[in-house]
Write a protein that binds this ligand. Structure first.
Ligand code: CTP
Length: 412
């Protein structure tokens, strides 16, 4: 049985505080011990009883309670990880300045555990030079910043500043804890082994238009590619994401090129590859596209009872990038396979490796494995990594963030 780790969840006063309940719940369900430190403002957005029921522990707010047990430093000292979600512009400024005027500030200053923060604010506040400078200070101290995402904000506005989805925050936090078992603390979040490198990642699934309203697509959500982008950012890389029809938000601080079809992805990847040190083809690219795209909607009355589509093969983007790579460029491909037999799965991976010419191939079981769904559209994944010679160099299963870090170890 795994030893529970102590995770302190700091909640500050923003509307996204209600989503912090899901973060607390996910850590508890994961088997970790969770202690919530909420600011007074946070408790105006979410109730203390809710947080106590979900965390199964008392919620602390007041600096002057529990003085006899020296609570203002005790909580931070026993933490294996601190997650601040949401982190408002004000709390980020206080963190950058090292202020300790409340229990959360004291807890963080008294701790040597890795710190993960999930900013949440309006776009103007996120883009304000004060916040930009404060976030840069936090990054320079090795603090992991998750998000914010881009999307609908509290009012009628839309833009960068939305708190990253709870499952992504949890996945990042657990991956950091997994890399720092037994309270490895600060070293894990300070890992910047991809600093100075440009990582190009494709994510999502391409859609091949059939007529103005229909397309041929696949079930890729883009979660693994986005986790790779997030993990690469956390490890100091400059990241370009070529994103096809993602079902998850694009992390901020990545340079993102939105594409629809395989042909558009080919163009975007070929352009971006010129400046990339590491290329990861995590996208599910359609192998075929309709030979012709109808200008008007295909009508049943005109087609009759049977519709036959003629498809033509799409270019193999990964094979093309591998063939035209510049010296020193590292290229990692994926192989999505439904094969259940482990030996046959590896054999398929080795055959694919020979066709693709990349440096590493991440063999990715998709479908139903050991009673749970893995691969497409789920938070978990299970992979085996092959090198050029077909030798297994790494195996990982777990959250897509921990799988992402295992893949990035090949580039670090
Ligand atoms: N890929 C690509 N261009 C394509 C098809 C796939 O770049 N037209 C990339 C994918 O992004 C992935 C790898 O090639 O990194 C393997 O994709 P996968 O779908 O597993 O294999 P395919 O090459 O499509 O072969 P098959 O579907 O027959 O297994």
């Amino acid at each position: 049985m795994k030893t529970p780790r102590t995770i302190v969840v700091g909640i500050t006063g923003g509307i996204a505080a209600y989503k912090a309940v899901n973060i607390v719940r996910a850590f508890v369900l994961h088997g970790d011990s969770v202690h919530v430190v909420a600011t007074a403002a946070a408790l105006r957005f979410v109730g203390k009883p809710t947080l106590e029921a979900i965390s199964r522990n008392p919620v602390h707010t007041d600096l002057y309670e529990g003085v006899a047990e020296v609570r203002h430093v005790a909580i931070g000292q026993c933490a294996d990880l601190i997650v601040v979600a949401p982190a408002t512009a004000n709390s980020i400024a206080k963190l950058a300045a090292g202020l300790a005027d409340d229990l959360l500030g004291n807890t963080i200053l008294a701790s040597t555990a890795p710190l993960v923060i999930a900013p949440a604010m309006h776009t103007e506040m996120w883009n304000n030079p004060a916040t930009v400078a404060n976030v840069a200070v936090l990054r320079s101290r090795g603090i992991t910043i998750v998000g914010p995402g881009v999307g609908r904000l509290t009012g009628t506005d839309t833009g960068a500043g939305r708190m990253e989805e709870p499952e992504i925050i949890v996945a990042v936090a657990l991956a950091i804890l997994d890399r720092a078992p037994s309270a490895g603390k600060a070293a894990a979040s300070a890992r910047q082994d991809l600093a100075g490198r440009h990582v190009l990642i494709s994510a999502g699934g391409t859609r091949e238009p059939l007529d103005p309203v229909r397309y041929l697509g696949n079930r890729s959500s883009g979660m693994q590619g986005v986790a790779l982008a997030q993990a690469a950012l956390a490890r100091g890389a400059r990241v370009t994401l070529v994103a096809a029809n993602l079902e998850v938000p694009v992390p901020t601080n990545v340079s993102c090129v939105l594409v629809g079809s395989a042909q558009e992805m080919l163009e975007a990847m070929t352009t971006a590859a010129a400046a990339a040190d590491v290329i990861i083809m995590a996208a599910a690219v359609a192998d075929y596209r309709p030979k012709s795209v109808q200008l008007g909607k295909i009508k049943k009355d005109e087609v009759g009872d049977t519709l036959t589509l003629e498809l033509v093969k799409n270019p193999d983007i990964l094979a093309g990038l591998s063939a035209s790579r510049r010296p020193g460029q590292l290229i990692i491909g994926f192989a999505a396979e439904t094969e259940a037999d482990a030996d046959r799965l590896l054999a398929l991976g080795r055959e694919k490796m020979a066709r693709k010419g990349c440096d590493f191939l991440v063999v990715n079981r998709v479908g139903y494995v050991d009673g749970e769904t893995v691969g497409f559209g789920t938070e978990r994944n299970a992979v085996t990594v092959l090198d050029r010679g077909g030798v297994i160099v790494n195996e990982a299963s777990g959250s897509k963030m921990s799988v992402a870090n295992c893949i990035l170890d090949l580039a670090g």
